[in-house]
Write a protein that binds this ligand. Structure first.
Ligand code: AMP
Length: 387
């Protein structure tokens, strides 16, 4: 890695400040509805505690308070949940910078985004955060695509390392030197939204299996009838150009209906026989078989996006079947993108993938091959600080 990691880092007797990703989903009362991000932060926090760190100061944002205090977005519930999961006392303080830290071993600062300095990447704000510790750890992958003070400016003031989660996310989502064959499954609605991702994936993978509404733009580009399926007419030339790439595999059959509603009458047609008045809503059984055969050849499998209208059963069938097929392989399996990650958790298969990304926007940026400001800051830091 081009940045420091926790691996072998001596933290005994040191004060460490950790940027976590505790931006968990909450309900109207502020109760945490899914604590997966808190759970994913535990290995780093435990490593620091087990290896004798004198004090561990944790910090995160929660929601979008826009620089002011909003009661429901205070970190109290995160502190309680974290304390429960760690089995060690977590002291939550009432601000992030306007405080004197107590002497406790684990401290959680108040929501960073209550202070405008966080989003504005302000040096003074970052300097104050840095003053609490000897070492900074970035374990907030979900914020690494932002130039915010707690992931960017702070690295100017302390030796900085990636936590275990950030290290794993970068290793998995950079999609570099994977074991081959490398098969990607990409389900998406529009070429215009995903063109960068498609191009980056094509430069790395051996096979790119395509599903979702994007398929109809490709079928139309081939001169086929697509009925009333979603299409991007202004992207037909791009689709035509992409079709020269032999890595791209399209579905061979489609589940169609006359309407998009739950359990609407539906039937399967060959991809070249979509009726004029039908809408393509999912990949069909032959396509599932074809994709399955290709997925089974893979040593690395990357997946992003539903291959059908996942929100409206039974048009979630193709997506669910592919999830099962992917998790039944012995390949390295990686899920990127916030929606796909929640779909996988919803199906209950998240534990069976090698890696399900915790970063929505950040993971999309990485899959597009873009540089993340939070990761760039860690790389720069390694050039300036000796650990
Ligand atoms: P994206 O927004 O690019 O990540 O693609 C995911 C969205 O595409 C989901 O909301 C799906 O419901 C939608 N989608 C997938 N297949 C189809 C389809 N055949 N027709 C319309 N929308 C689709």
């Amino acid at each position: 890695m081009d940045f420091y990691t926790l691996d072998g880092l001596k933290v005994e007797g040191k004060k460490v400040i950790v940027r976590c990703e505790f931006n968990v989903p909450i309900d109207k009362e502020g109760n945490i509805t899914d604590d997966f991000r808190i759970k994913k932060s535990l290995p780093t926090i435990k490593y620091l505690l087990d290896n004798g760190a004198k004090q561990v100061v944790l910090m995160s944002h929660l929601g979008k308070p826009k620089g002011v205090v909003i009661d429901i977005l205070k970190m109290n519930r995160v502190a309680s949940r974290l304390q429960q999961l760690l089995g060690v006392e977590v002291i939550k303080v009432d601000d992030s910078v306007d405080i004197t830290l107590p002497d406790s071993r684990i401290i959680l600062l108040e929501n960073l985004r209550f202070n405008p300095g966080e989003k504005e990447n302000r040096e003074e704000f970052a300097k104050k955060l840095a003053s609490y510790a000897d070492i900074y750890v970035n374990d907030a992958f979900g914020t690494c695509h932002r130039s915010h003070a707690s992931v960017d400016a702070i690295t100017k003031y302390l030796p900085s390392v990636a936590g275990f989660l950030v290290e794993k996310e970068v290793e998995m989502l950079s999609l570099e030197i994977p074991d081959r064959p490398f098969v990607a499954v990409l389900g998406c609605a529009k070429i215009s939204d995903k063109i960068k991702m498609i191009e980056n994936l094509l430069s790395k993978v051996d096979v790119l299996l395509l599903g979702g509404a994007i398929v109809f733009t490709f079928l139309k580009a081939k001169g086929l009838e697509i009925g009333k399926s979603l299409v991007e007419d202004e992207q037909l030339q791009t689709a035509k150009d992409l079709l020269y790439n032999r890595k791209i595999v399209l579905p061979t059959d489609i589940v169609v209906s006359n309407e998009i509603s739950e359990n609407s009458k539906n039937w399967v047609v060959k991809a070249e026989n979509i009726p004029k008045d039908a809408i393509g809503l999912d990949i069909g059984p032959d396509s599932i078989q074809l994709f399955s055969n290709m997925i089974k050849t893979g040593q690395t499998i990357f997946w992003n996006g539903p291959v059908g209208v996942f929100e409206v059963p039974p048009y979630d069938n193709g997506t669910k079947e592919l999830a099962k097929i992917i998790t039944n392989t012995s390949a390295k399996t990686i899920v990127g993108g916030g929606d796909t990650a929640s779909a996988v958790r919803h199906i209950g298969l998240d534990e069976r993938f090698s890696h399900v990304s915790t970063g929505g926007g950040a993971s999309i940026e990485m899959i597009q091959g873009n540089e993340l400001p939070g990761i760039k800051a860690l790389i720069e830091n390694k050039k300036n600080f000796i650990l």
